[in-house]
Write a new protein. Structure first.
Lengths: 559, 1022
C-alpha cells in the first residue's frame, strides 16, 4: 500500500478539484429579462412602471441641448459664446449635412418609439389593479402615457424630416425587415392626431397629485394635437410645399380648413379650463405647482442653467455660453406695447422702458445680477476681452434662471424644461384663428392680450382695427418674445417659411464703449453671418446611414 | 542521457587510436557562456578516428597523429568549431549555442517537439538571448527577434510600458479579438501578467502560428499562442547566479518647444490672420506689443515677461533604473530545484519638487519584486511531482496632478510666457496670459503639492502537478495532471489634494504679490483614498495521457487532454472554459511526418446548444534531405524539410465580453417625478440578444520550408500563410436605426490575412572569433472581405476591401494660395469666411465643389505595421561578446492631433515656424489660426497629418566581457560584465511630429515618452 501512497495522494489531489458539482452560476442571473418586466403576478406593476418611466427619458431636454448650446443659438435669437466653432454655429451657418447633423435625433426617437410600443403591447400582461383618484384604471392611463410619448416622438421627427416611416405597433427584432418606407407628411400628422385623440380619453386629469407631477396628462395630448395641427396648417406644408409632388414635405395644396382644425384643437384646451397663465412671467419656469405648465421634461434641483449660461466674472465660474442677439433684444418692444420705433425708445439708454419680458429673458449691461450691476461694456468684468469665453453680443441669458438679482451666489433651482405651456396654446389659437378668418376678431385679440397683460405691458390692449397681416406680425413677434429659448423660434421661422429672409444675413450684438467721462456709447456690430440654403434647408437631410441602409428611404429634396 | 551515451560511444570507438604513438599533445578546456562544458568531443581534423571527450570540468587532452595541426570541437547543441593548435599546445574553447541544430527542440502546446519532426509553424528563442535586454517587460525584448511577432510599444511609463503585440498581425474586426493566447508553463496568463514576468525566470519562448500547433487550444487558438517555459533545476551541485544591473533612461525623443519670443510672434500672426475676415470693428487687437516682444527677447523682465522651457524645468535629463536577480538551481536524482528572486525599480522622468510641506514622491515609478520556486520531485520510480510557486509584487506610482506629458503639450495649460517657475520669494506662480484657459498653478507647484496615486499589484500563482509513468500498461504511456491557481489583486492608494496650492502673481514693478483670485492662502491637508482595482482568480485543471513510442522506424505519439479553466473577477459571472483535445502524430524514420490535432471545447459565453466547437487540424512534413537523392548528391544540405498544415481554430473573445445571447435590461436611476423631484428608477432595454451567437473561426493554411546548410551553419526557415477569419462577432452595419434598439454582435465579419515570415541565420567562426547573423522578417497583410457594410453612395467611401482600421480622410492637394484660388476651388461648407490662403486644400472627389464627408477616402495605412524586420548580429572573441539588433517596422501610418500638434492647443513647436505665410507658400504647416477649422487634423483628418511612420531602430546592443575563470576569486565560477542598451538610435522618415513612431495614432500623442536605456550589468556565478 505504502508503495502507492504518493500516487494515490496525487490522484486524489487532481480529482478533488475536478468536481462536477455546479457551485457557481454560468449565466448572469442578475439581469432583468422580459419575464421580470411584464410580471404576470405583480398587481403593482413595479418593473413595468420603471420601463414606462424610461420612455420619458427620450423627451427633449432643451437646456443647452445641442453640443452644450441652446437650439435658439442656431436661430436668429442667439449665438454661441464658445471660442471654437460649435455645433449650433455649424447649424446656423449651413453646416448640416447628411453625415453630420448636431441635432440628429433620428435614432433617439425611434428608440423611444420602440419602447413605447413595447409598453403598449405588453402592459396588458401585468395584472395591475391600481385605480386613479378619479376611479379610472391606472393601467389605461399608463398605456395612454406611452401612446402620447410615442406621438410626441413622431412629431419631433416630422418637424425635422417631414414624413417619416411609421413603424406601427409591431416590435421588430434581429432578423425582421426594417426597410420601412417613409409615410407621407399628411399620414404622419393624421397618425399623431389620432394617437393624441386615443390617448386623451385615458390620461390623467389636470392637475395631478404632487407625486405624479411631471406625468403626461390629458392636457398634454390636447396640446400636442393642437401644435401638430398648427404646424400642418403652416405655410411650409400648407400650400408652400418645397417640392411640388413630394408627399413627404407637405400637402399638395392649400386648404384654409387646416387652420380651422388647428384653431379648434387649441380652443379645446382653453375650454378645459385646467390651465391658466401664471401672474409673473419670470417665475413660470421655476414655480411648482404651476398651472401654466402642460407638460415638461423633468429636470431637477441644480444650478446647471446658471453655471453654463450665467454671465462670466462672478464667483462660481459661470460659463456665459449663450449670447442673445441684438435682433432678439430689438423684438422686445416698449413697455407701452409698441415697437422700438416708438419715440419712447432712447438709443443712448436702450434698455429703459422696455417690455418687462426683456429683463426676464436677457441680461444686459446695467442689469442687476448677483448683487452687482452687470458690466458688458468693453472691458467690463463680464466682457473683459482676451481669449476666454464671454458674451459675443453684450448680452447674457436670463430666462429659466432663479431670481438671483439680489443673491450672493447661485443656489439650486427646481427647474424643468417646459415642452407645452398654456401661453403657447393661446398663441397657437390666435395664430390659427387669425389665419382662418379674413380679419382678426375679438377672440384672436383676447388670446394675444392675455399674454401681453401677463407680460406687464401697459397698455396691453391691441387696436381693434388690425388687419390680418398686421395681426400676424404681432402674433409672430409675440411668439418670439414669449417663447424665446424654448425651442420654438427655430421651427417657427421654418414653418412660416421665412427662414430664407431671417438667415443669410449677419446677426448683431451691441458693442458698448465706456467713454472717459463714464458715458456709454452703443453701437450695433455684426457677430455672425448665418447661412440658409433655400429651399432644401427647410428640412433636415435624412441621415446618410439611413439612406444607405434602407433601400426604401427617400432623401429629402436638395440633399 | 543522450549525451552520456554519445560520449561513451565515442570513447569506445576512438580509444584504440589514442593508444598509438604520439607526437603533439593538445590540452585545453571547453566552456560555454556559463562555464566549463563537460562531454564535448574533440577530434583531430583529417583523422576522425582520433578523438577524446572532455571531462566533467571541460578539460581534455588529445594527442595528434595527423599533419593538419587542427582540431574539431563538437558538442550536442553547440556549434562545431575548428581550431589550429597553437605553439604552446593549449587551447581554451568557448562553444556557442546552436539554436538551429537538427536535435534542437521547440516548445509547443503541452510538450516539446524536435525541430526535424515538427510540421507546424513555430518560432522560438531562448530566455538567455533576451535576458540582458534592459526592459522590464518580456514582450518589449522580443521585437525583431521572432518571425511573425509584431509589437508596438505605446508608452514608456514605468510599469505601463509593455508593448502591444500580435502574432502574424491582426485578423479580427474586434479589438479584443486579436490578442494572442499566452501560456506560461501550460497555464493561461493575461497580457498584464506576462508583462510582469521576470525575464530571468524564462527558459524559452515560442510562438505558435499555424493551425497544426494552435489547434490543441481550439477555441482560444485563432490569434496564435505565445508559450513561455520557465527554468527548472538540473541534477548537479547548487549553482548560484547573481545579476546586478543599473541603467540610465533618457527619452527617445526630447520635446522641444519655441521660446516666449517666437511663441508671442506666432500668436500675433495667428490673430492677425483671423482678423482678416472680420469686419474692421470686430478685430481683436494683437495681444503682444513690440515692447513685450522685446522683453521676451532680451529676458530683462523674467517675472513680468517670463521665458520658461517647461519641458526642461519639469523633466529630468535622465532617470535611473536598477535590476537585481538571484537564482539558485541544482538537484539530485530525487529532487531538482530552481529558485529565483528579482527586484526591479524604474524611476520616472520628473524632477523632485517636494518641499517640507509635501514630502511626497509624486514621480512616476515602478517597483517590482518577483520570486519563483520550481521544484521537481521524483517520488517513486514512476511518479514525478512538480510544485511551482511564483509571485509578483508591483507598485506603480503616478502624480495625482495628471498626465504630465499632456500638461507640457497643452498650450491652454502652459506656455513659455505663462509664468515663472517660482516667484522671487519662492512662492508658486500660476499660469496666465494670452491663451491660458485654466489659470492653474504651474506644473511644478502642482507636482509638489497634489500628491500621488499608487497602484499595488499582487500576483500569486501556484501549480501542483505530477506525471505518472504507465509503462506497466503499455510502454511509453504516461499520465499527467495539474492544478494551477492564479490570482491577481490590485489596490489603488491615493494621497492627494483636490485643491490647488496657493499661487501668486508677482508684480515686478511694485514688488507686490497678489494671490490668485478665489484661491486659499494655505495648503490644505492631504486626502486619502483607496480602492480595489482588480481581483481575478483563476483555477486551471489539466489532465492528459501522453504516449510516445518508437517501433523500429515507426514513431508514434499521442496526447489526450482535458482542460478546464474557471475564472472569477469581482462580482461578474464566473466564466468557465472546458476543452478536450487530442493529438496524434506519426513519423517514419523522421522522414515522413503527419500530425493530427483536434480540439473539442466550449465556453459559457455562448448559449448551451452552441457552446462546444470542434477544431481539427492536420500537418504533414517531408524531410527531403533524408532521401538518398538529396543526401547523396548534396551533402552540404543537412536539413531540407517541406511542411504544410491546414486547420481551423477559434476565438471566443466577444465584444465587451458580454453574454451576447442574452438580451439585457438595465436598471438605472434616470427620471424624476413630483414637484420636489423624487428620483424614479428606470429599466432600459439594452441591445437585442443573439441566440445564434458563436465563436469566431479561422482557417489557417501554412506552407513552410526549413533548410540547414553547411553543417547547420546556415539555417533558413520561410513560411507562407493564408488565414481566413470568419464568423467574426461584429455589429451589423446595414440595419436602419428605425429598429430602435441596439444590435448585438453577430457572426458576420470575414477578414483574410496572409503573408510571409521567416528567418535566415548564419553562424560561424573565424579562428577564435565566432559570429552570427540572424535576419527575421514578418509580413502580414489583412483585408476585410465582409463587414456587413451598406452600399455606399460613392465607391471610395467603402471600407470593405481595406485592411482592418484603415484610416479614412481627405486628400490634400496643397494650400489655398490666394483669394482667387479659394474662390475657384472646392471648399468645406462650414462658414466659408474661415477659409483663408494658407489653409489646406482638399481634393473634391465627387466633384460637387463642396468638401464634405463624401470626399473622404482611404488614406495612408492602419497604425499597425504590416512589415517588420529584425537583424541581429553577434560576435564573440575570447571573453568578449557583442550583439546588436536592428529592428524596423514599415507600412504603417501615424497621425497626431489636438494638443499634440494643433496651434493654440499645443505649445508652439519648431514645425510651426514653417507655417504657410504669403512669403512661404511652399510650407510644411498650414497658416496659423486660433479657430480650429478647415486645416485641423481633428475636424478634417487628412493625409497631410497622416505620415508614413516607418522606422528602423538600433533596438538593443549588448557588449559583454567574460572574466577569465582562472583570475576569479576562488569561489566564483563565472563572472561577466556587460553594457547593454535599448532603443539606442532611431531613424524615422518624418519630422512633423515630436513623437516616438510607436505611439498610438489619432491621439494627442501625449503618452509617457518612450525611453532609451543604457545599462551596466555584472553577472557572477558560484
Amino acid at each position: 500500500m505504502k508503495k502507492y501512497f504518493n500516487t494515490i495522494v496525487f490522484a486524489a489531489l487532481i480529482l478533488s478539484t475536478w468536481s462536477c458539482s455546479k457551485d457557481v452560476e454560468d449565466v448572469p442571473l442578475e439581469r432583468y429579462t422580459e419575464e421580470y418586466l411584464w410580471n404576470t403576478s405583480d398587481s403593482l406593476g413595479n418593473n413595468a412602471s420603471q420601463f414606462l418611466v424610461n420612455i420619458y427619458n427620450y423627451t427633449p431636454n432643451g437646456f443647452n441641448r445641442i453640443g452644450n448650446d441652446f437650439l435658439a443659438a442656431a436661430s436668429d435669437d442667439a449665438v454661441s459664446s464658445a471660442l471654437s466653432v460649435t455645433s449650433v454655429q455649424r447649424m446656423a451657418t449651413g453646416g448640416i449635412t447628411p453625415f453630420a447633423n448636431p441635432d440628429n435625433v433620428w435614432g433617439n426617437y425611434y428608440a423611444g418609439i420602440r419602447r413605447a410600443t413595447m409598453f403598449i403591447n405588453n402592459i396588458d400582461k401585468v395584472p395591475l389593479a391600481t385605480k386613479l383618484p378619479s376611479g379610472a384604471p391606472l393601467k389605461a392611463a399608463w398605456k395612454a402615457e406611452a401612446r402620447f410619448l410615442r406621438a410626441l416622438f413622431y412629431f419631433e421627427l416630422v418637424k425635422r424630416y417631414g414624413g417619416v416611416p411609421i413603424v406601427g405597433d409591431e416590435i421588430r427584432t434581429l432578423n425582421d425587415n426594417v426597410e420601412i418606407p417613409r409615410s407621407s407628411f399628411a399620414a404622419c400628422i393624421q397618425y399623431i392626431v389620432d394617437e393624441c385623440d386615443l390617448a386623451k380619453t385615458d390620461l390623467r386629469l389636470d392637475p395631478v397629485l404632487d407625486a405624479d407631477a411631471g406625468r403626461v396628462t390629458k392636457g398634454a395630448a390636447y396640446a400636442l394635437k393642437a401644435r401638430a395641427l398648427l404646424y400642418a396648417a403652416s405655410p411650409l406644408y400648407n400650400g408652400g410645399n418645397i417640392q411640388e409632388n413630394s408627399e413627404y414635405t407637405g400637402y399638395s395644396n392649400y386648404m384654409v380648413e387646416r387652420w380651422k382644425l388647428a384653431a379648434d384643437a387649441a380652443k379645446e384646451i382653453m375650454d378645459l379650463n385646467s390651465f391658466q397663465l401664471l401672474p409673473n412671467f419670470k417665475n413660470v419656469f421655476i414655480t411648482y405647482p404651476n398651472r401654466e405648465v402642460i407638460f415638461a421634461r423633468q429636470g431637477g434641483n441644480n444650478t446647471n442653467v446658471e453655471t453654463t449660461n450665467g454671465p462670466i466674472g462672478y464667483a462660481g465660474n459661470s460659463q456665459g455660453r449663450t449670447s442673445p442677439t441684438q435682433e432678439l433684444v430689438d423684438s422686445f418692444g416698449m413697455l407701452n406695447g409698441s415697437t422700438i420705433a416708438d419715440p419712447a425708445y432712447d438709443p443712448t439708454n436702450p434698455y429703459k422702458n422696455r417690455d418687462p419680458r426683456l429683463a426676464a429673458t436677457v441680461l444686459y449691461n446695467g442689469a442687476q445680477w448677483l448683487n452687482r450691476t452687470l458690466e458688458t461694456f468693453e472691458g467690463g468684468f463680464a466682457k473683459p476681452g482676451g481669449v476666454i469665453q464671454q458674451t459675443k453680443t453684450g448680452y447674457y441669458l436670463r430666462k429659466f434662471m432663479g431670481n438671483f438679482e439680489n443673491a450672493n451666489a447661485y443656489s439650486n433651482v427646481n427647474r424643468n424644461f417646459i415642452l407645452f405651456r398654456y401661453a403657447e396654446v393661446l398663441l397657437n389659437y390666435a395664430e390659427a384663428q387669425n389665419e382662418y378668418l379674413t380679419s382678426p376678431n375679438a377672440e384672436v385679440r383676447a388670446a394675444v392680450e392675455l399674454i401681453r397683460q401677463r407680460a406687464g405691458l401697459n397698455p396691453y390692449q391691441l387696436p381693434v382695427d388690425l388687419t390680418k397681416e398686421q395681426m400676424r406680425e404681432i402674433i409672430q413677434n409675440e411668439r418670439r418674445k414669449e417663447l424665446a429659448f424654448e425651442e420654438h423660434r427655430f421651427w417657427d421661422i421654418r414653418r412660416w417659411k421665412i427662414a430664407g429672409n431671417v438667415y443669410n444675413k449677419p446677426l448683431h450684438g451691441m458693442l458698448i464703449q465706456k467713454g472717459t467721462s463714464g458715458v456709454l456709447s452703443y453701437q450695433e456690430v455684426p457677430v455672425l453671418t448665418t447661412v440658409f440654403t433655400e429651399p432644401k434647408m427647410y428640412f433636415y437631410p435624412i441621415p446618410y446611414d439611413e439612406v444607405v441602409k434602407n433601400s426604401n428611404m427617400k432623401q429629402n429634396p436638395g440633399w | 542521457m543522450k549525451r552520456i551515451i554519445l560520449v561513451f560511444h565515442l570513447i569506445f570507438v576512438l580509444l584504440p587510436g589514442a593508444l598509438l604513438a604520439q607526437q603533439r599533445t593538445v590540452r585545453g578546456v571547453v566552456k560555454d557562456a556559463t562555464g566549463p562544458l563537460p562531454g564535448a568531443t574533440i577530434l583531430e581534423k583529417g583523422l576522425p578516428t582520433n578523438g577524446v571527450a572532455a571531462d566533467m570540468n571541460g578539460q581534455f587532452q588529445l594527442t595528434l597523429k595527423g599533419t593538419s595541426n587542427t582540431i574539431i570541437i563538437k558538442s550536442v547543441g553547440f556549434i562545431e568549431q575548428e581550431r589550429k593548435v597553437p605553439a604552446d599546445n593549449t587551447i581554451d574553447v568557448v562553444m556557442q549555442v546552436n539554436a538551429q541544430g537538427l536535435d534542437e527542440v521547440v516548445v509547443v502546446g503541452f510538450g516539446v517537439k524536435e525541430r526535424i519532426t515538427n510540421t507546424g509553424s513555430v518560432s522560438a528563442i531562448s530566455g538567455a538571448e533576451v535576458r540582458n535586454v534592459p526592459t522590464a517587460n518580456v514582450q518589449n525584448s522580443l521585437a525583431g527577434r521572432l518571425p511573425g511577432f509584431v509589437s508596438q510599444q505605446r508608452s514608456g511609463q514605468p510599469g505601463r510600458d509593455a508593448s502591444d503585440f500580435f502574432i502574424r498581425g491582426v485578423s479580427s474586426l474586434n479589438a479584443e479579438g486579436n490578442r494572442p493566447l499566452i501560456i506560461v508553463d501550460d497555464i493561461e496568463y493575461t497580457y498584464e501578467q506576462l508583462s510582469q514576468i521576470n525575464v530571468n525566470e524564462i527558459e524559452s519562448i515560442s510562438i505558435l502560428k499555424d493551425a497544426s500547433t494552435t489547434a490543441i487550444y481550439g477555441i482560444k487558438g485563432a490569434n496564435g499562442v505565445l508559450v513561455v517555459r520557465t527554468r527548472r533545476g538540473a541534477t548537479g551541485k547548487p549553482r548560484v547566479n547573481v545579476r546586478v544591473e543599473t541603467g540610465m533612461q533618457t527619452p527617445v525623443r526630447k520635446l522641444s518647444f519655441l521660446d516666449s519670443y517666437q511663441s508671442a510672434m506666432l500668436v500675433n500672426e495667428a490673430i492677425a490672420n483671423d482678423n482678416t475676415y472680420l469686419p474692421a470693428d470686430q478685430r481683436t487687437s494683437l495681444p503682444f506689443a513690440d515692447a513685450d516682444l522685446k522683453l521676451f527677447q532680451n529676458g530683462q523682465d523674467p517675472y513680468g515677461h517670463p521665458n520658461v522651457n517647461w519641458y526642461k524645468e519639469i523633466f529630468r535629463p535622465y532617470s535611473m533604473q536598477a535590476n537585481t536577480n538571484i537564482d539558485i538551481s541544482g538537484g539530485t536524482e530525487s529532487i531538482k530545484y530552481f529558485i529565483s528572486g528579482g527586484a526591479l525599480s524604474q524611476n520616472g522622468a520628473i524632477r523632485d519638487f517636494s518641499t517640507s510641506q509635501s514630502e511626497v514622491n509624486s514621480n512616476y515609478l515602478f517597483n517590482r519584486y518577483n520570486f519563483r520556486t520550481n521544484l521537481d520531485i521524483q517520488t517513486t520510480k514512476t511518479l514525478s511531482l512538480r510544485l511551482d510557486m511564483t509571485g509578483r509584487f508591483g507598485e506603480i506610482n503616478e502624480p495625482f496632478a495628471g498626465n504630465i506629458v499632456s500638461e507640457i503639450y497643452s498650450f491652454r495649460r502652459v506656455n513659455p510666457y505663462s509664468a515663472p517657475v517660482l516667484n522671487p520669494d519662492g512662492s508658486y506662480a500660476y499660469a496666465r496670459g494670452f491663451g491660458i484657459q485654466d489659470n492653474l498653478p504651474t506644473i511644478n507647484a502642482r507636482l509638489a503639492t497634489k500628491g500621488y496615486n499608487r497602484r499595488r499589484q499582487s500576483d500569486l500563482n501556484i501549480l501542483v502537478g505530477g506525471t505518472q509513468a504507465l509503462d506497466g500498461i503499455t510502454k511509453g504511456l504516461s499520465f499527467t495532471g495539474r492544478v494551477a491557481y492564479a490570482s491577481t489583486w490590485d489596490v489603488q492608494r491615493g494621497l492627494f489634494r483636490l485643491d490647488n496650492p496657493p499661487s501668486y502673481l508677482f508684480n515686478p514693478e511694485t514688488g507686490a504679490y497678489r494671490i490668485k483670485s478665489g484661491s486659499s492662502y494655505t495648503l490644505g491637508t492631504f486626502g486619502l483614498r483607496a480602492g480595489n482595482d482588480r481581483d481575478n482568480r483563476t483555477v486551471n485543471i489539466q489532465a492528459y495521457l501522453n504516449y510516445d513510442r518508437t517501433f523500429g522506424k515507426h514513431h508514434i505519439y499521442s496526447l489526450a487532454l482535458l482542460n478546464q479553466n474557471n475564472a472569477v473577477s469581482f462580482s461578474s459571472t464566473p466564466s468557465r472554459f472546458k476543452g478536450y483535445s487530442y493529438k496524434i502524430g506519426y513519423d517514419f524514420e523522421k522522414k515522413y511526418i503527419i500530425d493530427i490535432n483536434v480540439a473539442y471545447n466550449g465556453s459559457d459565453r455562448f448559449q448551451a446548444e452552441n457552446r462546444y466547437g470542434f477544431f481539427p487540424a492536420v500537418g504533414i512534413g517531408w524531410n527531403l534531405a533524408e532521401e538518398s537523392f538529396i543526401k547523396d548528391r548534396f551533402p552540404i544540405i543537412n536539413l531540407l524539410k517541406l511542411r504544410g498544415s491546414y486547420g481551423m481554430v477559434g476565438s471566443d473573445r466577444a465584444p465587451n465580453d458580454q453574454y451576447l445571447y442574452n438580451q439585457i435590461y438595465f436598471n438605472t436611476s434616470g427620471y424624476s417625478f413630483g414637484e420636489a423631484h423624487t428620483g424614479v428608477g428606470v429599466i432600459r432595454e439594452g441591445a437585442l440578444g443573439n441566440n445564434n451567437v458563436t465563436w469566431e473561426k479561422e482557417t489557417k493554411a501554412d506552407i513552410g520550408l526549413d533548410m540547414n546548410l553547411f553543417s547547420d551553419k546556415l539555417s533558413i526557415t520561410v513560411d507562407y500563410f493564408n488565414n481566413r477569419r470568419f464568423d467574426q462577432l461584429v455589429n451589423r452595419n446595414s440595419t436602419s436605426a428605425i429598429l430602435g434598439v441596439g444590435l448585438p454582435a453577430e457572426n458576420l465579419g470575414i477578414v483574410r490575412n496572409r503573408g510571409w515570415d521567416g528567418q535566415i541565420s548564419y553562424i560561424n567562426n573565424i579562428e577564435n572569433v565566432q559570429y552570427s547573423i540572424n535576419g527575421v522578417f514578418s509580413i502580414a497583410k489583412n483585408k476585410v472581405l465582409f463587414k456587413d457594410e451598406p452600399l455606399q453612395q460613392y465607391p471610395w467611401l467603402t471600407q470593405t476591401g481595406h485592411p482592418i482600421n484603415q484610416p479614412f480622410g481627405y486628400t490634400v492637394i496643397g494650400f489655398y494660395q490666394d483669394e482667387n484660388d479659394i474662390a475657384t476651388s472646392a471648399k468645406p461648407n462650414i462658414s466659408s469666411t474661415q477659409i483663408l490662403p494658407g489653409d489646406l486644400k482638399y481634393k473634391d472627389l465627387n466633384g460637387d465643389d463642396i468638401i464634405d464627408e463624401n470626399d473622404m477616402s482611404a488614406i495612408g495605412r492602419p497604425n499597425l505595421p504590416n512589415t517588420t524586420v529584425g537583424l541581429t548580429t553577434g560576435a564573440n572573441y575570447g571573453g568578449l561578446s557583442l550583439s546588436i539588433l536592428f529592428q524596423g517596422s514599415f507600412n504603417y501610418s501615424l497621425s497626431v492631433m489636438g494638443t499634440g500638434i494643433e496651434p493654440f492647443q499645443s505649445q508652439f513647436q519648431p514645425i510651426h515656424l514653417e507655417r504657410w505665410t504669403p512669403e512661404n507658400r511652399d510650407a510644411k504647416f498650414p497658416r496659423l489660426t486660433q479657430v480650429s477649422a478647415a486645416s485641423s487634423p481633428s475636424a478634417y483628418p487628412s493625409d497631410f497629418w497622416l505620415v508614413d511612420a516607418a522606422y528602423v531602430r538600433l533596438k538593443t546592443v549588448e557588449l559583454g566581457y567574460q572574466l577569465p575563470t582562472d583570475r576569479l576569486p576562488i569561489k566564483l565560477s563565472n563572472a561577466r560584465l556587460y553594457l547593454s542598451a535599448y532603443n539606442l538610435v532611431t531613424w524615422t522618415n518624418y519630422n512633423l511630429y515630436q513623437q516616438d513612431p510607436e505611439v498610438v495614432s489619432a491621439t494627442a500623442g501625449d503618452a509617457y515618452l518612450n525611453q532609451r536605456v543604457v545599462n551596466l550589468g555584472l553577472q557572477i556565478g558560484f
